[in-house]
Ligand binder design. Structure first.
Ligand code: PLP
Length: 373
């Protein structure tokens, strides 16, 4: 049975060039980057070249990139730091953020007693920007944390607009770009976001490695104490092969951006057309959604909700219901719950997320399989 992977918002397959880069490093560059001999210098040089590669595509300086184990780690670090040591008294976010943000904010609220406000979600799954502006007050030191592209429904923010609003009210802006980075060009000179977090496994790189962009002249205390790695901000011997894999994946993603965006956009559009042609009453959840994420409400009975993923899985097809962390659970998605009616929320919704490895034929198989449920 040929398996079909349509869950690229959960994670992505590694590119063969990325695997090769990592193998080369594992085989040839095992030195500790902190060692001063040639083995160490060679490993160190891989890290610094990787940092420069990332900075080049984001139009920032290499010193502004700090490697972390994941985006979750970066978000936890930055939000805590901004409250603990940078005087932030209020956080503005939304209830459709990833749990990496939502639970971090809730815990910080409990620990530090800061004020937290949630921007209203419109019936089309987008944030109400008028409500956002109403919640800002330049007299209260505020941090805004919002995701660029929603991982469940694909709704997206205009980062230039959000940045401009934040600047108008002197708010600090932390952006979770996990679903967008490497899939759309981000220019950090043109769009002066303060903090950006990313994870390599979402753009065909390895798991367990990500980075945080910290704008120059921001005073940030270390996340971990120990050695001098990552400018002393995140101590611990660096995972050189992971960092090299991340940089390789980021480089290829950016170099192939135009062709792959076009290809994936066409795949998604083909899938929508096919779904409408085969299922009367199908609804796309969310408007103005990102090109690789499609969330649809299927016109099936409630009882079929739990069966769909299981049935597709039996046929070797991987899609997702809500976010990956909720797969297998029948709890409604916290994102869909924000804007669907109680009637709609009990019906089956499916997240289909694409990469350049997918084909129209795979979509045909998905549709045929759905028809048998
Ligand atoms: N933010 C978003 C939007 C995500 O989709 C994910 C992963 O699903 C994360 C954050 C967390 O990423 P990681 O688990 O790599 O830290």
């Amino acid at each position: 049975m040929k398996k079909i992977y349509l869950d690229n918002a959960a994670t992505t397959p590694l590119r063969s060039e990325v695997i090769q880069t990592m193998i080369d490093v594992l085989q040839n560059d095992f030195g500790n980057p902190s060692s001063t001999h040639s083995f160490g210098r060679s490993a160190k040089s891989i890290i610094e070249t990787s940092r420069k590669t990332i900075a080049k595509y984001l139009n920032c300086s290499a010193q502004e990139i700090i490697f972390t184990s994941s985006a979750t780690e970066g978000t936890n670090w930055i939000l805590r730091e901004m409250i603990k040591n940078n005087g932030i008294k209020k956080i503005i976010t939304s209830k459709i953020e990833h749990h990496a943000t939502l639970y971090t904010v809730l815990n910080l609220q409990k620990e530090f007693g800061i004020e937290v406000e949630y921007i209203s979600v419109l019936p089309n799954g987008n944030l109400d920007l008028f409500d956002f502006e109403r919640k800002l007050d330049d007299k209260i030191p505020t941090l805004v944390t919002l995701m660029h592209v929603n991982n469940e429904i694909g709704t997206q923010l205009n980062l230039d607009t959000i940045t401009a609003i934040c600047q108008k009210y002197k708010a600090v802006f932390h952006c979770d770009t996990v679903q967008s980075i490497g899939k759309v060009a981000i220019d950090l000179q043109k769009t002066p976001i303060d903090f950006v977090v990313a994870s390599a496994h979402k753009f065909h790189g390895p798991k367990g490695i990500g980075f945080t962009f910290i704008r120059k002249n921001t005073a940030i205390q270390p996340m971990l104490f120990g050695g001098e790695q990552e400018k002393g901000l995140r101590a611990g011997t660096e995972a050189v092969h992971q960092i090299a894999g991340l940089a390789k994946a980021f480089e290829i993603a950016n170099e192939q951006l135009i062709e792959e965006t076009k290809y994936i956009t066409e795949l998604k559009s083909y899938c929508i057309t096919k779904l409408h042609a085969n299922f009367d009453g199908i609804i796309v959840n969310g408007e103005n959604t990102f090109y690789n994420i499609l969330n649809v409400l299927l016109p099936f009975s409630e009882e079929k909700t739990a069966l769909i993923l299981f049935n597709l899985d039996m046929k070797g097809i991987a899609v997702s219901r809500g976010s990956a962390c909720q797969s297998g659970s029948v709890k409604p998605s916290h994102v869909l719950a924000e804007f669907l009616s109680s009637d709609e929320i009990n019906k089956p919704s499916l997240r289909i997320s694409f990469s350049h490895y997918n084909t129209n034929e795979e979509i045909d198989v998905l549709i045929e399989s759905l028809k048998t449920i």
